[in-house]
Design a protein around this ligand. Structure first.
Ligand code: ATP
Length: 323
């Protein structure tokens, strides 16, 4: 790395809401994190994706100051999380897969309790609890949390994480187990918070959500960040569009496959009358391929193109790293 690159990197880190540098954590002989770098710019969402065992929980544990790394640096809102965990905690809101709510209390009582524990006066705690119940559409649910649905618990858990008006949110699989409506609702709230200036780092196994709602994505495999960028960047760099062709007769599909194979387009069969071809620009390729087959005297019954999904990128990166 040149001096100019180092200076630019240091500036990017200084301006980041979360900056992780060469973070390493091992458990005996297992390397959970092998020296990862991550930056999240303020008021944005980074989705940290990865297969099981990739190191996401370990990264979240270190970011939330619950675990210490072997080496590397972590700053949250400009504060060193390893040397000043208390200061970092006061700026963090954390919401996880396993909510830490007291089921015998009502939602309001849970919120008041968290507010009091975080140093609010009795009056301020009540005010903040009411405000959050309203925002999370839980004001009517004046009953014990034991009777809440999974979605209500998730909303309440996130509300608890917001008591101290955190500048940075760490959300570990916040939408796992929620139905599509519950997930959309939770994302709406997260996006609203980010629009107000909060920064969020979250893990999720729902890649279409990461694609739709996050500003950037980092893919962690085997303790290493193997790709990062916007979802569009990743799709462009690690996947391609597809052209889908169907034919009236299986024999036409077979002949077309031969023509495309000779043209170096590696067609993949889809059923006995369909073919799929990868292309950099699917829309353009459709016309070219249909024309190519027309010249060979093969009529195409239908032709369309599709853009790749983040799932395809994820599968490719995971397989690539495994080999
Ligand atoms: P998942 O999606 O399954 O929750 P993850 O991406 O969160 O996985 P981690 O839980 O961070 O992954 O685990 C990373 C690696 O570290 C795995 O190989 C795991 O077995 C190992 N690991 C995690 N915690 C411990 C521990 N306390 N002792 C030993 N090994 C551990």
């Amino acid at each position: 790395m040149t001096d100019v690159e180092k200076t630019k990197g240091a500036q990017a880190d200084a301006n980041a809401a979360i900056a992780v540098h060469r973070l390493r954590k091992t458990y005996r002989d297992v390397v959970a994190l092998g020296g990862i770098d991550l930056t999240v710019r303020p008021a944005s969402i980074l989705a940290l994706l990865g297969p099981n065992g990739a190191g996401k929980t370990t990264a979240v544990g270190i970011l939330t100051t619950l675990q210490r790394p072997d080496s590397g640096t972590v700053t949250v809102d400009g504060i060193d999380a390893i040397t000043h965990p208390h200061d970092v905690r006061s700026r963090l809101g954390v919401s996880g897969q396993f909510t830490a709510l007291d089921s015998v209390l009502t939602g309001r009582e849970n919120l008041r309790m968290v507010a009091r524990l975080s140093g609010c006066s009795r009056r301020e705690a009540s005010r903040r609890a009411d405000e959050l119940l309203e925002r999370f559409d839980l004001a009517h649910a004046n009953r014990r949390v034991a009777t809440y649905s999974g979605g209500m618990r998730r909303r309440l858990d996130l509300a608890c994480a917001l008591i101290g008006r955190p500048r940075v949110l760490i959300l570990d699989e916040p939408t796992t187990g929620l139905d599509p409506v519950g997930r959309t609702e939770l994302w709406r709230i997260i996006r609203e918070l980010v629009a107000e200036g909060t920064t969020a780092l979250l893990t999720t196994q729902y890649l279409e959500e990461a694609d739709q709602f996050s500003d950037s994505v980092a893919v962690l495999v085997g303790g290493k960040i193997v790709a990062r960028g916007t979802a569009s960047d990743l799709k462009r760099d690690y996947a391609s569009d597809s052209v889908h062709l169907t034919f009236s007769e299986p024999s036409e599909a077979a002949r077309a496959a031969g023509v495309l194979e000779v043209a170096g387009q590696s067609p993949v069969t889809e059923g006995d009358r369909g073919l799929r071809v990868s292309a950099e620009d699917g829309r353009r390729a459709v016309a070219a391929i249909v024309g190519e087959l027309a010249v060979a005297g093969i009529p195409v019954a239908s032709a369309s193109s599709s853009t790749p999904t983040l799932d395809e990128v994820f599968v490719r990166l995971t397989r690539q790293s495994a080999t």
